[in-house]
Design a binder for this molecule. Structure first.
Ligand SMILES: *Cc1c(COP(=O)(O)O)cnc(C)c1O
Length: 422
């Protein structure tokens, strides 16, 4: 099995090479050359999530140096529950927030970290991962790489622009994870990371690498929970579900399209977005126009130029096919607030602002139909938005509480990237 660049001007590589490289040398994103059909899956014989992950992912790692480690990698990475919860009748929620940082990014970050650690041991080298974060990504990456051998992580976040709980998740690790509070904006943080990569001396000396969401090692494992949930849904309801996915950079939804392509029993994939309307506008106008992002209550989805669209354009090169496969609806902030209130009032179920966009889309367009809304984060991560709306405090889940109790430390620096390497 080989992986090719969406831009078609880079050599095909195996999975572990694509994972260690991140971006393809031609600037494109790695995608599988073909999608192995799931027909080999004896789903009834599979007893655990890590076992299913292994079965789904093994064909992608055929002839790969990591193939011999794959079962162990899956057990290491997916060591938390993945419940499909029924809200009412055929309406379900796939809770992807039971990992260490209580958001779905734990799946991809933990799989990537487990792969990288083993590859570095085989190659007997070290590397340093740089991450600029406006909140959630950095936390998932820091948690996933904490105490991994051969890897140091430097996380940069903008001073005063992340929530207290987010900051705690960036700064509580110690050991091989160093947090930097940058006296500047998120854009400054991103600029510093870029400058460090362009500084050839530093880049070579430190073995700089990234772990951002375009890495194949984060996307592939996300396909697994769509295979898992659609089969589980089928067993419970005897029907194929429509899956509604709160989306920003479209990594999570791209993984769902890959699962569908492999033959997972999915009726339809629907994206819910916030007021960043690039994709719904594309579907109604036929013209794809990336733009600057706008800030919303569902801030992990504040993306105006979704990078994984490049993978969807590659999967469905014909615009008519893409338009037929893809459905997307936008939900604005007042409607997010109203939906959190409505669902708590009606069912006692608490939604995070991102998941609220998905539940709104279900209620407006798919009410009563066989559906899975993907819950991307635990509401306790966004208590400042959610608690005033529901008029009560949200119980912090055990995994998150553990992190909030740890001692924190960070280095305060300006916007000179060289200060990251002193
Ligand atoms: C990252 C994130 C999203 C968006 O996922 P994409 O893969 O970027 O589309 C949605 N919700 C939460 C909570 C996130 O952290």
């Amino acid at each position: 099995m080989k992986f090719v660049s969406t831009r078609g001007k880079a050599p095909a590589v195996c999975a572990s090479e694509a994972i260690m490289q991140g971006l393809a040398p031609d600037g494109g994103l790695y995608v599988p050359q073909s999608f192995p059909p799931l027909t080999h899956l004896a789903i009834h014989e599979i007893s655990s999530y890590p076992e299913l992950a292994f079965e789904v992912l093994a064909p992608f790692f055929e002839d790969d140096p990591l193939r011999e480690d794959l079962a162990e990698i899956c057990m290491d990475a997916f060591n938390f529950p993945v419940p499909l919860v029924t809200l009412r009748e055929q309406e379900t929620v796939l809770e992807l927030f039971h990992g260490p940082t209580a958001a779905f990014k734990d799946f991809g970050a933990r799989f990537l970290a487990a792969c990288m650690e083993r590859m570095l041991a085989k190659q007997q080298r070290r590397l340093t991962i740089l991450v600029a974060t406006s909140g959630d990504t950095g936390g998932a990456v820091a948690a996933a790489f904490a105490n991994r051998k051969g890897i140091d992580v430097k996380v940069l976040y903008p001073k005063g622009r992340v929530s207290g709980r987010q900051q705690q998740q960036l700064t509580c690790w110690g050991g091989n994870i160093q947090a930097y509070e940058v006296d500047g904006s998120f854009d400054d943080c991103q600029k510093m990371v870029k400058e460090a990569f362009m500084d050839k001396d530093i880049s070579l000396q430190w073995g700089l690498s990234s772990a951002n969401s375009i890495n194949l090692g984060r996307l592939l494992p996300q396909s697994v929970y769509y295979v898992f949930a659609s089969h589980l849904y089928n067993q419970a309801f005897g029907k194929k579900p429509t899956i509604i996915i709160p989306s920003g950079n479209v990594g999570n939804s791209c993984a769902a399209f890959w699962a569908l392509t492999m033959g997972a029993p999915i009726e339809r994939i629907v994206l819910s977005v916030n007021e960043n309307r690039t994709i719904p506008d594309f579907l109604s106008s036929g013209t794809y126009q990336p733009r600057d992002s706008v800030q919303t209550l569902a801030n992990a989805m504040d993306v105006g130029a979704p990078s994984n669209m490049e993978r969807l354009f590659h999967l469905y090169p014909d615009t008519d096919t893409l338009a037929r496969m893809l459905t997307a609806y936008s939900v604005d902030d007042p409607t997010i607030e109203a939906t959190i209130k409505e669902v708590y009032g009606g069912l006692g179920y608490i939604l995070c602002p991102h998941t609220a966009t998905g539940e709104r889309v279900r209620r407006d367009y798919f009410a009563g139909q066989p559906t899975i809304v993907v819950s991307t984060a635990h509401p306790a991560k966004f208590e400042q938005v959610v608690e005033p709306l529901i008029g009560t405090t949200i119980e912090v889940p055990e995994n998150l509480a553990k992190l909030l109790d740890k001692n924190a430390s960070f280095k305060a620096i300006g916007t000179d990237y060289k200060d990251l390497f002193n």
